[in-house]
Design a protein around this ligand. Sequence first.
Ligand SMILES: [Zn+2]
Length: 407
Amino acid sequence: MAPHKQMPKTKKKSVSSQVSLDRGSPTLMRRINIRQLLDAMRILGPCSRVDLTRHTGLSAPTVSKVMKELLLRQLVETLSTPKQPSTGRPSTIYQLAREKIQFLGLVIDIEQCRIISAGLDGKEDPKRSRVFATPQTYADLITTVSRNLQQVAALKEGAEVLGVGVSVPGLIDESDGRQVLSPNVHFMDGCYPARDIANATGYVTQVVQEEKGLCLAEQLFGQARDLDDFAMIDISAGVGLGVINSGRFINGTRGFAGELGHITIAPNGLLCGCGNRGCLETVASDVAFSRLVMKKYPELKDLDDIIEAGQQGVLNISEEHQQAINALAIGMGVVINLFNPSDIFVYGRLFDVKEGSFDGLLKQVRNHAIGPSMDKVSIVRARGSKRLGALAAIIEYHMDTLAPRLG
Ligand SMILES: [Zn+2]
């Protein structure tokens, strides 16, 4: 289930996507078939109609009919293949579109913004990407990211941009796309990034709160394809939580659920970006840990430096590291006790500082979660990225406009 389907009110459609989507709304059965075949192609990779028939159980005429429609809508492309020896006829191999169309993923983070281009299959093209420092005013942010989005799009000549997914930190009001509160990038508070990027570029733009993006990426492209009850804990900037329960993302009334980072663990602790003191994310995030270490070792400039020095064993940072791990373990215990997920994915790099520290975290979590829930939960590191989360948001949106996921 897509966690976020809201579009900014001022969304624009490119001319050709208007043409393709105006070819009539598919019936319910056709939508189900379309969705099933697109999902199957994501799992199978390049495949024939026979492969699709076998995988989905749909009849051969149905598969042929739907594939024809998907070709027309530019969602699928064909690959040329050698002739089959038995029949002398070339068999058509299909793949999710990636040559004539592109999606752009944009990550807005505390220090850096990243842009990547990918096809409908979500496979990133590292040659078509950009990284730049996050501008420090909102106007500058919109101008800079819009210019860079258009420049990255131009790197793939002739490939139409079907949309931009934007991963943002903080709270988004799902009713209108407003960035309500961004504790770590305050100048975005009250702004409408999707609307403003769409206006500046002309691209369909879908904004997604970063933890939701990570969940969606794990569902579409990662380890959570078949999972209905899982949690994603993101410690990379603040501490965020995404929970999929019975296949649905837990949003809350206005989409603000999951603010794990702002539970109080030290009432007189450090001042948090949200205005309160001693929130979990003032201790347990990659950024909080890095700030603490850089205060002690001013010559270290970022987490990369800390990880490198930490692995060489030249830093005395065991206490700071353990403090972050201990706090995170408390937060994870809360998640297990409240939601009883089958799986938890942890996104962050804190564990790269010291070998074995992820296993150490798992032992600690046991002290804060009730036994029966803890016994059955699988806790692993997430494989996705915020880039993939941004791409997943726009790809899912694009597919939803044609064939919404059911259930
Ligand atoms: Zn807080």
